[in-house]
Design a protein around this ligand. Structure first.
Ligand SMILES: Nc1ncnc2c1ncn2[C@@H]1O[C@H](COP(=O)(O)OP(=O)(O)OP(=O)(O)O)[C@@H](O)[C@H]1O
Ligand SMILES: [Mg+2]
Length: 512
């Protein structure tokens, strides 16, 4: 008797381990039924679950049944012993299946059932009080060490664990489905947001840009976007990607100027485990992540000379090795580069390779600075005003003389500066109509809070891993602040930080 109790406990212990070790219901149930058989000698364990659409009971896992036998084992609710348990939600024990007219032997697995002395135990599986399936096992009379009551007790526990597992699986699946849908929705939003028609400007030079974007959209041609800071280089890069056949694949951005040279190679090409101190895991680089999509290399004029040959080779035949690896990896990536630098001068100074320059410059696109397209300024203001008003639930307008001031402003920071200015005014002002005087107050504040200067006086950094991490963190925060016109909360959101975290880091790195 003692031995049987120990076996029972052993089985239950193994069964909880099986459930804990796999989120896959089929895998876990299979193990469970194996354990029922190997430890407790219960034969032909079968888990039948209600199919949510057809309302049929379908065998999920079965022990000792061929696939054909399993396929035959379909019941309707109320049909046979299994069906009856399903319908009533009450367990059933058939002490001798040879004597039971309800027993259908649908699977045919037991041959002539009148000759063997088989008991059949059938237990409902419940979730939230609803019966969603049935767990059943066979018991031979002669190998029975435990009473049928003992068996029933064990099966009650196992069936309730299966019920829990079904519930968890359903929850995980729902969550997964929710994430997939959310992802699709966000992707559509992105595609919509970066469509060319959201790019503002009727200037002839802008029309040329649009033409070029449309011309390259259907091709894989390498594109090089040139233009001062804040002229919309990244915006155009995204418009190219989301307007191309690659729109469904990733758009991956790397800022060559923000990543310290020792890390950039592994960032771009990935690395093999153990290839340098700190490379604990093998990691895919940006090129691999961008496979079938677009790789946007921002500030490519800052690509270190030492990396340029390897980079050139990838541009030529889309092949490379990970850092510390020997296997050659092939990718299919459209490259878009961008820089505000004078590349021609970099050629003369020998900081940029000529062969790379020509490889990249297949289709150059020039973005004009705002001061060369002043006629677009009112359009840009209107565009940003509309968006910011919507975002902040306001109805701010600019008076005619304020507009005049805006048009007359030089906008050295181009569209980004203009966008930040409008956003700041909308957020800060108490007026609904902004006149020139009110505007000038904000412009002055904007100039004072511009952290551009701060990011250019980065302290020299050591090349240890923590040193590199600090440099990256500092640069990314400065960059985000710059992009958000110094609005900390917005920069925090961009970086996935809380406002508290960013405040702390700004003080830590002494960023203005
Ligand atoms: N023509 C435009 N129409 C609407 N919004 C624009 C336009 N050009 C730029 N913007 C907006 O201005 C901001 C700056 O643009 P973007 O980041 O693309 O500039 P950039 O050239 O990459 O600047 P930087 O060299 O500083 O990185 C973005 O918020 C972008 O959406
Ligand atoms: Mg940019």
């Amino acid at each position: 008797m003692m031995d049987q109790k120990i076996l029972e406990l052993t089985a239950l212990y193994e069964i909880s381990k099986a459930f804990a070790s796999s989120l896959d219901l089929k895998v876990a149930s299979n193990k469970v039924i194996d354990i029922l058989s190997s430890v407790l000698g219960m034969r032909r364990g079968t888990l039948t679950l209600l199919h949510p659409e057809t309302g049929e009971l379908v065998i999920e896992v079965a022990h000792g049944l061929t696939r054909e036998e399993r396929e035959r084992g379909r019941y309707r609710v109320g049909e046979g012993v299994t069906g009856k348990v399903m319908a009533t939600g009450e367990p059933m024990v058939v002490p001798d299946i040879g004597q039971e007219p309800l027993f259908l032997n649908r699977t045919g697995a037991r041959g002539d059932i009148t000759h063997e002395n088989i008991a059949f135990l059938c237990m409902p599986v419940r979730v939230y009080g609803d019966t969603i399936g049935v767990l059943s096992v066979d018991r031979l009379f002669d190998d029975r060490m435990m009473s049928l009551e003992d068996d029933l007790r064990v099966l009650t526990i196992v069936a309730s664990q299966i019920g829990q597992a079904v519930k968890v699986t359903e929850m995980v699946n729902q969550e997964r489905q929710r994430l997939i849908e959310r992802n699709q929705r966000l992707e559509q939003e992105l595609q919509h947001k970066f469509r060319l028609r959201n790019v503002v400007g009727h200037d002839r030079k802008m029309e040329e840009v649009y033409e070029a974007v449309e011309r390259v959209a259907g091709t894989k041609a390498t594109v090089m976007i040139r233009g001062e800071s804040g002229t919309g280089k990244e915006l155009i890069a995204r418009a190219i990607h989301y307007g191309s056949v690659r729109a469904g694949a990733p758009f991956i951005k790397v800022n060559c100027a923000a990543i310290p040279e020792p890390l950039l190679e592994s960032e771009l090409f990935g690395h093999e485990k153990g290839s340098f101190t700190g490379a604990i895991e093998t990691r895919k680089g940006r090129f691999e992540q961008a496979h079938e999509g677009t790789l946007f290399l921002d500030e490519i004029g800052d690509l270190p000379l030492a990396l340029q040959p390897k980079f050139l080779r990838v541009l030529q035949d889309m092949k490379f090795e990970r850092v510390g690896g020997s296997a050659t990896i092939s990718v299919d990536v459209r490259i878009i580069g961008a820089t505000h630098r004078d590349l021609e001068r970099a050629l003369r100074d020998n900081t940029f390779r000529e062969d790379l320059y020509y490889r990249l410059n297949v289709v150059p696109i020039y973005l004009p600075p705002v001061r060369e397209r002043v006629a677009d300024i009112p359009l840009l203001i209107e565009h940003f005003l509309k968006r910011c008003n919507e975002e902040h639930g306001k109805t701010v307008e600019f008076s005619a003389d304020a507009l005049e001031t805006m048009v007359g402003h030089g906008w050295p920071g181009n569209v980004r500066e203009l966008e930040n200015c409008v956003e700041r005014v909308v957020i800060m002002t108490r007026e609904t109509v902004i006149d020139a005087e009110e505007l000038k107050k904000h412009l002055k504040l904007l100039l004072r809070s511009d952290p551009v200067g701060a990011s250019h006086v980065a302290p020299p950094h050591d090349h240890s891993l923590p040193g590199n991490v600090r440099t990256i963190e500092r640069e990314q925060i400065s960059e985000a602040l710059r992009q958000c016109g110094g609005v900390q909360a917005k920069a925090a959101k961009l970086l996935g930080l809380t406002p508290r975290q960013i405040g702390y880091k700004i003080r830590k790195y002494n960023i203005e």
